[in-house]
Write a protein that binds this ligand. Sequence first.
Ligand code: SF4
Length: 422
Amino acid sequence: MKALTIQIGIFGKTNIGKSSLMNFITNQNTSIVSDIEGTTTDVVQKQMELNPLGPITLFDTAGIDDKSNLGKARVEKTKKAFDKCDVILLMCGFNEFGAFEESFVKEAKVRNTPLIVIVSKTDLQNPNKEFLEKLKMYSTYILQFSNVDSNRDIFLDDLKKILLEILSDNYIENYLALRNIIKKDDTVILVMPIDLGAPRGKIIMPQVQTLRHILDLNACSYIVQDTEYETALENLKKTPALVITDSQAVKTIATKTPENIKLTTFSIIYAADKCDLVQMAKGAAKINCLKDDDKILIAEACTHHASKDDIGRVKIPTWIREYTKKDLIVKYVSGQDYPQDLLDYTLIIHCGACTLNRKGMLARLNKAVQANVAITNYGVAISVFAGVIEKVLEVFPDALATYRRELKRCKRSLTLSRYQYS
Ligand code: SF4
């Protein structure tokens, strides 16, 4: 699945050789190469195995200086691709690195995204020494690209070496939330109800990933549906170190879980792994302080056909109105349509974002934080509605402390504003 691959974007001026680089790396004619400016009209993607890194997704983007009629839309798409990149490959010409390229360096810095400068078309002319020295101001990593077949292995070896160095520090392993909660030989019960919402014959992504992480930690998983949960507790000789449940069953499972057993949800683990659980917990506190006419944005990262009891379109809007007893205005966005302007909203409730990578979800979260708009996700919000948020956040003390602090703060300001207007 794309969200689990390392996402690498190729950026630079039109006609600088981005499509040639994409084809060179993938060894296929994935992108159309032409001398005509703006030939890449959209973001072209290609997945490949780049061992030992594993699966990667390469994005060949439209030149952001594209001045053609469709240029504006292309530039927007290119900017969105920037948000989700784990690594940026910024292409420049020999001896050409000006304000345009500097703007990319700046954007990468803002997003804390590693950037590799690629000097293009070095088969036509070699960059001079002073120029290569100057590039070191912008990135520690500089590669030269010439579109000559015999150079492919050398180029790929150099690229992989750099990627391994860049990604070893900040890629997936660092975000393994369970690492601080369970240890070797612990037993973890996973509660996965197979209800009408479950995809036929499949297990959903947050559950698959959690299972994989438990295996990585050499702990033991015991997987049951909610209907077999009590039997599972009776069967186990050893007290489980943790129970992880689907959010929609959390209320029932919480009532059946003895006090001494830790409980959390797949959504919470997923939020901790691929986003920022502390911010999501802070956003969840806001649910308790909503007022009539507050605007709520339900944001989904993919487009899908909503069922009659769709979680985002039907259940969450119903539950939040029942829980708050407020007359709320609920709006929806899905897929790529995350609004640039969030100021109108009081709270964003985002889906689990299984189709986005960590960078993509963090970009959305940061836009909300910068706009000073509270943000949480479906699973965390459901635990608030179910009255078990404190229990399920216990295994993440920072998130729990932030939730409590924010709850206190927003209740106090709600009381103050009532007092002022009474
Ligand atoms: S979690 Fe979000 S991205 Fe994943 S299927 Fe649901 S709506 Fe789509």
